[in-house]
Design a protein around this ligand. Structure first.
Ligand code: NCD
Length: 305
């Protein structure tokens, strides 16, 4: 049987979402230790820095009773520096592990990995492309926090050009109904046309706004993101984009009392820690949900023992 890869948001449908979310719910009360994946090995191969994605995948596998092998900073410390291709690295690692999480600096790298891999590939972020497992945990968080995923107005804020989490969440919103997306970004970091075109085809309403203060009172979710310094072509463009949208106490005062603020993290200066204790700040709860969703995903692609 062909392995089940998790590479891009377009592969998901509503039925998959429903099953995954209820499986993630059930992971909360899983006995510890569990043996659902005992004897199985997950490899995490990361060519770009990561804290949450790698740690939460590893935590998820360990909580399921499986084991983990990993190479951090694979761009420098793996054979990539000797010129090994992603394809070769994956072919080799598939003999060492039952599933592989890959994060790579090139858009499309996870798809290339999946094309050759005999074991499931999970895309942990491919450059400025996609971050499908983050989008799943983001939508799961919205459902957990607000009790629904439909009929919501969601502001995506910050770097929508290079930010793969915002791109993937926008695409995933196609599986909800009655959503309206509001893109709030500096000029140099606007949502690209590939995503806009797919939203248009799916009939998803979206608009651009520049004034975050005006948007805050009217949205249910603010999805703040980091300006992706490492992906800007010039320092000048980065500096022009940086610091445009900062959520602080004064901005929170404008926010709808029932809204939530999310962020895939890490943050730099775009959310002031002075609002961390506000109940609407959902970003750390969001990060914790990553373990539940990734446990459910690993069970899904590996099958339960
Ligand atoms: C993000 C990423 O790597 O795309 N982090 C994450 O996975 N939670 C966001 C970022 O780096 O800004």
């Amino acid at each position: 049987m062909a392995p089940q890869h998790i590479v891009e948001v377009s592969q998901f449908d509503c039925e998959f979402l429903e099953l995954l979310f209820s499986s993630a719910d059930s992971m909360r009360s899983l006995p510890r230790p569990s043996d659902l994946q005992s004897g199985r090995i997950l490899a995490t191969i990361f060519y770009e820095p990561s804290t949450r994605t790698r740690l939460s995948f590893e935590s998820a596998m360990l909580r399921l009773g499986g084991s983990v092998i990993s190479t951090e900073n694979a761009r420098e410390f793996s054979s990539a520096i000797k010129g090994e291709t992603v394809e070769d690295t994956i072919m080799m690692a598939s003999g060492y592990a039952d599933a592989i999480v890959i994060r790579h600096h090139e858009q499309g790298a996870a798809l290339r990995a999946a094309a050759v891999s005999p074991v499931p590939i999970l895309n942990g972020g491919d450059g400025p492309g996609e971050h499908p497992t983050q989008a799943l945990l983001d939508l799961y968080t919205i459902r957990a926090e607000l009790g629904r995923i439909d009929n919501l107005r969601i502001a995506l804020v910050g770097d929508l050009r290079y930010g793969r989490t915002a791109r993937s969440l926008a695409l995933l919103s196609r599986l909800t109904t009655g959503v309206e997306l509001v893109f709030v970004s500096p000029d140099s970091a606007r949502m690209r046309d590939d995503i806009r075109d797919q939203l248009t085809v799916a009939g998803i309403a979206f608009r651009d706004e520049t004034d975050l203060a005006r948007v805050l009172p009217e949205v249910d979710v603010v999805y703040q993101t980091r300006i992706q310094k490492e992906r800007f072509e010039s320092e000048e463009d980065y500096l022009a984009a940086k610091g445009t949208y900062i959520l602080n106490r004064a901005m929170y005062d404008l926010l709808n009392p029932n809204a939530i603020v999310m962020h895939p993290l890490p943050r730099v200066d775009e959310i002031n820690p002075e609002v961390d204790a506000d109940p609407r700040s959902a970003y750390f709860r969001q990060a914790h949900n990553g373990v539940l969703i990734r446990m459910a995903l690993l069970n899904q692609v590996l099958g339960r023992r």
